[in-house]
Design a protein around this ligand. Structure first.
Ligand code: GTP
Ligand code: MG
Length: 291
């Protein structure tokens, strides 16, 4: 006869007593001030941030969330999927963020691209090549990705002589943290390939973990539980070990996807994340200029 499970075994509590990363929930102004005052040290330079990652991870939703928080008004410049089927974004597109008045923009841009699908090895290789070309500034805005072949050098969307503005200064992997087991091995391999290329170019890399509200009911109840959630910390560690992005470069966010009103704590996470991305990207620009 097998032992019956004891009625007295207590379920592990889902939250740590203390948050493992400190965040000042009352100070979203600090990050906002940095973002509002940010200016690359080279006149006319723009900081280019490229978002990539698996299909349906929330890349377009992050762009919409950033624009919404900065404008203090719900916006959806980047079309996001209304479900997680298929692959919604097909084009390479640059999003400028409006600052205050029309035709006045922040000196950073966010680039959206087609998501990585769990498909044949050959297609994943093509995806990696396309991302590499984007990193080096060879992909022109409006290019429609073709999963069957990489952007060729004679395509009208191939930029033969990219300027510093066309090149990517911060690479962001967007990861849906709500999936159990997080990512198949082949996706991990693809992300590692992309990361290797970015590292060779010296480009800083950050990961954004989306759908934290789906991954953890305690976070859904109160976003301030983000750094107390055991499941989230576990998934961040798992991802960090697999892909090699250090924990201090992984940022959980809850995108605005179905909401029509703001949540100050969600804003804080989004602004904090953007602040770190800009700051890493700016360090890279400065290093490049010194070389
Ligand atoms: N609950 C929740 N849903 C989210 C979050 N971020 C994105 N979503 C939803 O996830 C789905 C996919 O989001 P998208 O922004 O279109 O994802 P994507 O990475 O741009 O997808 P592709 O363009 O297909 O590669 C949409 O239904 C979003 O509303 C989040 O933080 N929380
Ligand atoms: Mg998209």
């Amino acid at each position: 006869m097998g032992d019956k499970p004891s009625k007295h075994i207590k379920a592990e509590p889902p939250l740590f007593d203390e948050p493992w990363r400190k965040i000042n929930w009352r100070d979203k102004k600090g990050a906002l001030e940095y973002i509002n005052n940010y200016k690359p040290h080279i006149e006319g330079q723009e900081l280019r941030i490229l978002l990539h990652g698996p299909v349906g991870a929330g890349k377009s939703s992050f762009i919409n969330s950033v624009q919404s928080v900065l404008k203090d008004k719900m916006c959806a410049p980047a079309l996001a999927a209304n479900n997680t089927q298929g692959c919604f974004t097909k084009q390479y597109k640059t999003y400028k963020m409006e600052k205050g008045t029309p035709n006045n923009f922040y000196p950073f841009v966010l680039n959206d691209m087609m998501g990585l699908k769990h498909t044949k090895r050959a297609n994943r290789k093509i995806h990696v090549k396309d991302v590499k070309r984007a990193l080096k500034g060879h992909v022109k805005d409006g290019y429609t990705f073709n999963p069957e072949c990489k952007l060729s050098k004679d395509n009208r969307f191939y930029n033969k002589s990219p300027t510093s503005k066309d090149k990517v200064h911060a690479l962001v992997s967007v990861i849906d943290v709500s999936t159990e087991g997080l990512m198949p091995e082949k996706v991990v391999e693809t992300l590692q390939d992309i990361r290797d290329e970015a590292s060779e170019l010296g480009i800083p890399q950050v990961a954004i973990f989306t759908k934290i509200d789906v991954a953890c009911p305690e976070i859904k109840r109160d976003i301030k539980n983000v750094y107390r959630s055991k499941v989230l910390r576990e998934r961040m560690e798992e991802f960090s070990a697999a892909v090699g992005i250090p924990m201090n470069c992984i940022f959980p966010v809850r995108n605005y996807s179905s909401e029509i009103s703001f949540n100050s704590d969600a804003d804080t996470l989004i602004l904090n994340t953007l602040y770190h991305i800009i700051s890493f990207g700016d360090d890279f620009l400065r290093r490049k200029q010194r070389c």
